[in-house]
Design a protein around this ligand. Structure first.
Ligand code: ATP
Ligand code: MG
Length: 593
């Protein structure tokens, strides 16, 4: 990550047309920087304990944040809030944001998840430069610190079973009961802990606990376990370790080793902050960490309607085949959103709009869609696609003749130029743009009515051909040769309807996947099993007729299909010459009517 002045940071934010909104975390950071609370930190160039930083120069970064995913699943829409927040603070205040994998649970973690997380954070537009870290890189330091806790009588090996430990933990109203092993001597504990690390005991035989207070009102402080035995292969350290540090211990120490100033997490960790502070302050007193120490702040997680964001439920959707994989465009994962056609700028805009607070709340999915629409409206070229095609035959247009109608690539960006839409006797139009007996207020094609073919001529409907079952095979009309858009006299035709079309001779057939919300209710699973709330109409595939210019679309190219919405050429299945399009979002919100 390069140094950015606040000015450059503002320019980045302005790219999504919204200034960074004030929030309580920005206020804290500004106050800390103004009062020099993060000054005086040393940095040897890499994470390490106090001894490694003792003679180091001053940390060049006045502020360090981190995004600490556990590589046990794919990132989801909720993570985008945390990513934009942490990387956004670093960007806007001239700091560094670390990407740190919290890989302390070997049985659930995999390299594939690491790769996909790296991909997703990059895709969102954030850079961490040399600050890519793994908690597993600190296993030795974490172990050494644990020995120091033991030596100073601040930790002990407990040999109760998991059930006994749970039973002795107490409740909100009753204090916990001390373990019979709580008073083991430091020497005894050290010997046991070393034998745990040497692999002499099976999983679950012992744990290492901090010796804090079994009667603490905050249950988190009742002698929390910080190490457990797990005979498992770790995706990075292999079989080097058979004991692994627990989250509450590994996380705060990792923060401190990395010189993090503001450790930002979601509200459910509020009670854990006391333990966070206990651990880093004790280690500082033992001269193993240097002050100033990192501080934890909590914010409200993103709760979004019409999706589920729990890893367990996302896994179930994939495992049971309700979707076509982790990156299915219906999935609320970032990999899915990317395939769906959502944009990084849209996510950053969304993060700014929803803001950051300490109060839990629900964000309507429509807010996210509106952010995607807003960005794509500005950046996506306009194209024509007929999703449910029926022929329109212009009976008075000469057979074999052809002429070009010109359509702008973007209505507000004349500099993007125009493209030719070849007009001829047979066109494709949307089936729903014709009605043999029109309902009230219908202004499109019906016998005797005139409409404008967008960027082309005015036509008058003369009837239709039907098959024996009554289905419409083709619609017939006559055109007015002096009514072409942009020709003198064309204004004389007053019509209310304006429909899109494609010349049949040059049209190109391709699959278009019409995606919609994954769930049909705002709070899936609130009244019954969440699987029953899936929206069966969330994926519909049609064979559409597309204008010639769409044929060469590169994967991930985005377009507005006029009157239909924003679409992307699928990044996996699409290639130039054989495009496959996904609908990212419709032009209007059809859910909140
Ligand atoms: P789990 O810990 O159960 O595996 P998680 O969703 O917390 O799941 P992590 O990989 O630990 O996954 O999350 C990484 C970071 O993203 C954490 O700092 C977490 O607080 C944050 N985060 C997770 N879900 C949300 C959310 N819905 N809104 C905002 N931040 C989130
Ligand atoms: Mg977590």
């Amino acid at each position: 990550m390069s140094t950015r002045s606040p000015r450059a940071a503002q320019a980045t934010t302005a790219a999504v047309n919204e200034p960074a909104a004030a929030n309580f975390l920005r206020a804290i950071v500004e106050d800390d920087l103004r009062n020099g609370r993060t000054a005086g930190r040393k940095w040897s160039g890499r994470p390490g304990p106090a001894a490694a930083q003792a003679d180091a120069p001053a940390d060049p970064w006045p502020l360090r944040t981190r995004f600490p995913p556990e590589p046990n699943g794919y990132l989801h829409l909720g993570h985008s809030k945390s990513i934009c927040l942490n990387f956004g603070l670093a960007r806007d205040y001239g700091g560094a944001c670390h990407l740190r994998f919290d890989d302390t649970n070997p049985t659930k973690e995999e390299q594939a998840y690491v790769d996909s997380i790296i991909d997703a954070v990059h895709w969102l537009g954030f850079e961490w430069g040399e600050h890519l870290y793994f908690a597993s890189d600190y296993f030795q330091t974490l172990y050494d610190f644990a020995e120091a806790f033991i030596t100073h009588g601040l930790a002990y090996v407990d040999s109760q079973s998991a059930e006994q430990m749970r039973a002795n933990r107490g409740t909100l109203t009753e204090p916990g009961r001390a373990s019979p092993y709580r008073d083991r001597t430091a020497d005894e504990n050290l010997a046991l802990f070393r034998r745990m690390a040497a692999g002499e005991y099976p999983d679950g035989a012992h744990v290492l606990r901090l010796k804090i207070d079994m009667a603490a009102a905050n249950i988190v402080l009742r002698d929390p376990a910080i190490y457990r035995i797990r005979h498992a292969q770790h995706h990075r350290t292999g079989s080097r370790w058979c004991i692994y540090p627990l989250y509450d211990y590994a996380h705060c120490v990792s923060d401190a080793l990395e010189n993090i100033t503001h450790s930002i997490c979601t509200l459910e960790f509020e009670n854990n902050r006391a333990l966070y502070d206990w651990i880093v302050q004790k280690l500082a007193r033992l001269n193993l960490l240097v002050r100033p120490l990192p501080h934890q702040y909590e914010f409200a997680r993103l709760n979004l309607t019409y999706v589920v964001l729990s890893k367990r439920r996302l896994i179930q959707l994939v495992d049971e085949g309700h979707v076509d994989g982790w990156d299915d465009p219906r999935m609320p994962t970032l990999a899915g959103a990317r395939r769906r056609g959502y944009t990084p700028e849209g996510f950053r805009l969304f993060a700014e709009r929803i803001g950051v607070s300490k109060a839990d709340s629900w964000i309507d999915y429509a807010v996210l869609e509106e952010c995607m629409r807003g960005h794509m409206n500005e950046t996506a070229p306009r194209r024509i696609a007929v999703l449910d095609p029926v022929k329109l035959v212009i009976d008075n247009y000469p057979e074999g003749a052809e002429e070009a109608c010109e359509a702008p690539n973007h209505p507000q960006r004349p500099e993007w130029g125009k493209r030719a839409l070849p007009f001829s006797r047979e066109l494709w139009i949307e089936r729903e743009d014709f009605a043999e007996s029109p309902p009230k207020g219908y202004f499109r094609l019906y016998p005797g009515n005139r409409v404008r073919l967008r960027y082309g001529f005015v036509v008058e409907c003369t009837g239709c051909d039907k098959d024996a079952a009554g289905a419409v095979l083709a619609v017939h009309c006559k055109y007015f040769s002096d009514s072409k858009s942009g020709t003198p006299g064309a204004d004389a035709y007053k019509v209310k309807g304006n429909i899109h079309w494609i010349g049949a001779r040059h049209a190109y057939q391709a699959p278009v996947r019409l995606y919609d919300r994954l769930f049909k209710v705002p709070h899936p699973g609130s009244e019954r099993d969440f699987i029953a709330d899936l929206n069966p109409g969330a994926k519909r595939v049609v064979i559409a007729q597309l204008e010639p210019a769409l044929r060469a679309a590169e994967p991930e190219a985005r377009f507005q299909f006029e009157r239909h919405g924003y679409f992307v050429a699928d990044r996996i299945d699409s290639r130039p010459g054989a495009p496959v399009f996904n609908r990212a979002v419709s032009l209007r919100d059809s859910w909140n009517r």
